[in-house]
Design a protein around this ligand. Structure first.
Ligand SMILES: [Zn+2]
Length: 100
């Protein structure tokens, strides 16, 4: 696989991992801000909110791991430095390798 193919594959991975990171982060944020309401809604005892917090923390941890994978897939296949930020990186900001 050449550098352009490799980078295009990484681009797909970046999108995938970012979407998954959001899927894990959003409920974590919702739990953090609405844990009282959630506990009320399901008529849960106050002590149950600690489990909700632990659950939110777990979701956030998974989200962070996914962000790490996103970061790993931002590396230039040519020089292994971060090629740039954003979705549409056209060339490596470190070595100038073109990706299109
Ligand atoms: Zn590079």
């Amino acid at each position: 696989m050449d550098i352009i193919d490799t980078f295009n594959q990484q681009k797909k991975n970046r999108v995938k991992y970012t979407v998954w990171a959001l899927i894990f982060f959003l409920p974590a944020l919702l739990i953090k801000y609405y844990k009282e309401s959630i506990a009320d809604m399901f008529a849960l005892s106050a002590s149950f909110s600690i489990y909700l917090q632990v659950f939110a923390l777990l979701l956030q941890t998974v989200g962070l791991v996914l962000i790490f994978f996103t970061y790993k897939n931002s590396k230039c296949p040519s020089c292994t430095k971060i090629a740039g930020s954003g979705w549409n990186v056209k060339e490596c900001k470190s070595c100038g390798q073109k990706f299109t």
